[in-house]
Design a protein around this ligand. Structure first.
Ligand code: KIV
Length: 270
């Protein structure tokens, strides 16, 4: 599944189904279930390492898990997160680290933010590295954002996210990922830019959807330090295993609901 083929899906009005993946077993299973893009997300800091957020994830972690995922697939597109501290400071460091992730098996890297890092994204793209820009709620800025909060609720904030999306689109990013923004804003952005949009908590009108595999299976119960009973799943998640008999069937059900535009419903959107 090349980036070109993914763009053709969008042209045909077919939604892109993306899912996080951190190892070869789940990569094989997800590919067989019809996932278009496997995201080696730095969410692995939370769902694999038990941390409160993604801030402790290292380049070594991302290289290791990208290599593991790449070993399990034959043709899925692999997107890998650049972890915090690996790209924001200067464009040379960003390029060096992006090349390491591509060498590990990534087809495209994802970076978080707009304005301040547009020059970094531009440098990567100029050097032949495909980039996805992650906007809206950006988990690497969870402290600055004051916690896990929906973004783009005020006119000013919505305008800022729209501007960032347009800027990133102009410099040629391959995708814009929108996390936890009002569905109406995600729709406007999707209609305003060329790059396909991928949503998580961003409504059904994005060009594709992404979920964290542990959320899709209904098995994430918060950081290791917290009691499972104190954890409440975010609104945008859905347990697809609840009505299926196997993990592969659950992933297939997710793919079908994304492609049929049944997921996310209003109940899973803001
Ligand atoms: O790291 C991750 O899994 C992500 C998703 C939440 C989109 O960035």
């Amino acid at each position: 599944m090349s980036l070109e083929k993914l763009k053709k899906l969008v042209t045909r009005n077919e939604k892109i189904a993306m899912l996080t993946c951190y190892d070869a077993t789940f990569a094989k299973l997800s590919e067989a279930a019809g996932i278009d893009v496997l995201l080696v997300g730095d969410s692995l800091g939370m769902v694999l390492q038990g941390a409160e957020n993604t801030l402790s994830v290292s380049m070594q972690d991302m290289e290791y898990h990208t290599t593991s995922v790449a070993a399990g697939v034959t043709n899925s597109c692999i997107m890998t997160d650049m972890p915090v501290g690996s790209y924001e400071q200067d464009k040379e460091t960003a390029l060096l680290n992006a090349k390491k992730l591509m060498a590990a098996g990534a087809d495209i890297v994802k970076i978080e933010g707009g304005g301040d890092i547009v020059h970094i994204a531009r440098h990567l793209i100029d050097q032949g590295i495909p980039v996805c820009a992650h906007l809206g709620f950006t988990p690497q800025s969870v402290v600055q954002l004051g916690g896990y909060r929906i973004q783009g609720k005020t006119d000013e904030s919505a305008h800022g996210i729209m501007e960032d999306a347009i800027e990133m689109d102009k410099i040629g990013v391959s995708f814009v990922l929108l996390e936890m923004v009002p569905a109406v804003l995600a729709k406007q952005i999707t209609e305003s830019i060329k790059a396909p949009t991928i949503g998580i908590g961003a409504g059904v009108d994005c060009d594709g959807q992404v979920l964290v595999i542990q959320d899709l299976l209904g098995i994430y119960t918060g950081p290791a330090s917290k009691k499972p009973e104190d954890f409440k799943s975010p609104r945008f998640t859905k347990n697809f295993l609840a009505e299926q008999h196997s993990i592969q069937a659950a992933i297939q059900a997710y793919v079908t609901e994304v492609k049929n535009k049944n997921f996310p419903s209003a109940q899973h959107s803001y």
